[in-house]
Design a binder for this molecule. Structure first.
Ligand SMILES: Cc1ncc(COP(=O)(O)O)c(C=O)c1O
Length: 429
């Protein structure tokens, strides 16, 4: 119904049903309505627009007679695809946004961040969500704990300890609807306009956008083969650094233990804080897992951030940060009056999946699936492209980078595109 925000001209001599008919016709012709979608029932439309049913019926009748909509018995009216003669009068019009999107044929889309479709997970989530609505029927009538539901935070604390070596109490965990939201909270707690923050270069553009919006002075630190250049970082004179040590984004290297300890020593001695973004730490396929910086830290110098977006689903928007104890008071003061940004219903749903062991099983399963895909991709690239390309950032996560000598990024993207393959640039990072 919200597509029908059209204005009636009460003063016009044109009857209302004609105005409505023309409006819908025009929307269909401009392809603003998707073919096959259903028109609202006469009754709903009449109530929504405050018109009589007869007016709606007359408008619908005209649309039907002219073939813009089709009637299906006992279901309603559906938008039909427009025939050529009708379309010819429209040729001069600009293609609509939807049309432009639908036009590109993409056979393979290597878009970063989309996940493997898992039917059994979807039904599990649906079941847990339905059950949660019943079980927590009174809880969902109220706002929740502003840091996130304690039940879920207990589960997350246990999980982090066992699988990521993060040591924390549930009260140090704060849930947020996305890493950017949490980064923004950190900025509000610890920095003011004009303060400096260091980050890897290249680095996560989503984090950079947050820092820019907080009007921070972003200090880029170059990478070595094995992650951030610690010598350069030590010259940074701000207090906060944002890092992706487990799987550098986007290059994919793992920060070795020696460098981790070096960084922690630096942070402790010079009183700096490190934000550790462990966005896809669950997805390591080869080699041993290195403990998180947070787990190695003895002096409360690390703010750990994790997300359910890579190993579960990006669309549920559940991420979390683990604050060192000495920051809990600051957090409390700053955000005492804030409500949680994460859906309580999703939190209950996830809580039940974690408590019942499903999350663990799910992790094992997707690790196998992604590892297989990852290996397949690598061996295919090697087989076809041989040593013409260099592969970066393998062994973990949901993406790899291919370096092709002598060809520009743009050229490669366009060339792939002309074969129906979408690949993505790294320059924006
Ligand atoms: C480095 C990094 N951190 C965090 C995220 C996103 O996390 P969330 O879905 O929790 O906002 C991404 C996603 O692309 C990422 O690349």
């Amino acid at each position: 119904l919200y597509e029908f925000t059209f204005k009636l001209d009460e003063s016009s001599k044109e009857p209302l049903y004609l105005q409505l008919y023309k409006f819908i016709k025009n929307e269909i012709e401009s392809k603003n309505f998707i073919v096959g979608s259903k028109l609202p029932s006469v009754r709903n439309m009449a109530t929504f627009l405050g018109l009589s049913r007869t007016t709606i019926e007359k408008a619908y009748h005209l649309l039907m007679v002219e073939g813009y909509v089709d009637s299906k018995p006992r279901s309603g009216l559906f938008i039909t695809s427009i025939q050529e003669p009708l379309l010819s009068s429209l040729q001069k019009q600009r293609p609509s946004f939807k049309e432009k999107v639908l036009k590109e044929t993409v056979n393979y889309d290597f878009r970063y961040g989309s996940l493997n479709f898992d039917k059994s997970f979807v039904s599990k989530w649906r079941k847990s969500s339905n059950e949660s609505l019943d079980l927590f029927k009174n809880d969902i009538l109220t706002y929740g704990d502003s840091k996130g539901e304690i039940r879920l935070r207990i589960q997350i604390a246990q999980y982090l300890k066992l699988s990521r070596g993060v040591s924390c109490q549930p009260d140090q965990i704060i849930l947020g609807a996305g890493t950017q939201y949490l980064l923004s909270q950190i900025c509000q707690m610890l920095l003011k306009e004009g303060d400096s923050i260091a980050m890897e270069e290249p680095g996560y553009d989503g984090a950079r956008a947050v820092f820019q919006n907080h009007h921070l002075n972003i200090v880029p630190i170059q990478l070595d083969q094995d992650g951030i250049n610690t010598k350069k970082l030590k010259k940074f004179n701000g207090n906060l650094v944002y890092l992706t040590p487990s799987h550098q984004f986007p290059y994919g290297m793992v920060l070795p233990i020696k460098k981790r300890l070096e960084l922690l020593k630096w942070a402790a001695e010079s009183n700096r804080l490190i934000i550790e973004d462990d966005y896809d730490g669950e997805l390591r396929y080869h080699g041993k897992t290195i403990p998180s910086l947070q787990g190695l830290d003895q002096h409360g110098k690390v703010i750990y951030i994790g997300t359910f977006s890579k190993a579960l689903l990006p669309s549920i928007r559940i991420s979390y940060m683990v604050l060192p104890e000495h920051l809990l008071e600051v957090y409390q003061q700053k955000f005492e009056l804030y409500d949680s940004s994460v859906s309580k219903i999703h939190q209950f749903t996830l809580f039940r999946l974690m408590r019942d062991g499903y999350w663990e099983r799910h992790l094992r399963k997707i690790r196998t699936v992604y590892k297989r895909k990852h290996n397949e991709l690598l061996s295919t690239i090697k087989m076809i492209m041989g040593d013409k390309v260099q592969i970066l950032g393998k062994d973990a996560g949901l993406h790899i980078i291919i370096k092709v000598n002598g060809r520009s990024e743009e050229e490669l993207i366009q060339s792939a595109n002309s074969h129906g393959i979408k690949i993505y640039p790294t320059s924006k990072y």
